[in-house]
Design a binder for this molecule. Sequence first.
Ligand code: SAH
Length: 219
Amino acid sequence: MKNNCQVEREEMVSSQLEKRGIREARVLEAFRGVPRHEFVPGHLKGRAYADGPLPLDQGQAISQPYMVAIMTQAARLSPGQRVLEIGTGSGYQSAILAEMGMEVYTIERMAVLSKQAKGTLQRLGYHGVRAKVGDGTLGWKDEAPFDAVLVTAAAPELPAPLLDQLELGGRLVIPLEEGPSQVLYVITRRQSDFHRNRGERCTFVPLIGEYGWEKDPRP
Ligand code: SAH
């Protein structure tokens, strides 16, 4: 791809992110830096900077750039913070977090996807990202607590272990099923309770695991 797609990335940032209100400079800078086309399947590379989600192997999906940006901004991150992502998928969200200087931990339930994502992250030089295969609804106990947890699949309810593994003041960003659609929530851990902030409607693949769906609920 000519010029490593820098022009397409600039266009994506201005037309899809800035115009829709993504303001945090570090988030925008990360989207300018990460080569999204390296994370999408070969035959879809021409659509890597398009304004929508793209299919991955195994019936999964790489989220729309705007949704990745919304979640990243909602996590209110400062450089050097410890962030756990549930649902590695392509590895793109992990790369955005790493580009922003976070200490990234990511869990994927499908071994094939995890392996591919690890390969991509290594090849692009994101050597600090720690990735493992497992049920992300259980969190990553040995590495807890986290400043933020980003769940990139939709849950029927809040997974208790992910709340437990939040630092005081830590944020859990998670899409929850609500009637026929899904809504993005930001849960903040306070001294004696959790504050719940309701965000926008969204569409994610299901979170499947002990504290998620028992099996894929899709028809
Ligand atoms: N963040 C990804 C997109 C993820 S799509 C990216 O940037 O490309 C959601 C992913 O969550 C899928 O790959 C799916 O397999 C995974 N997933 C679903 N339930 C999970 C669970 N309990 N633990 C870990 N991963 C899960």
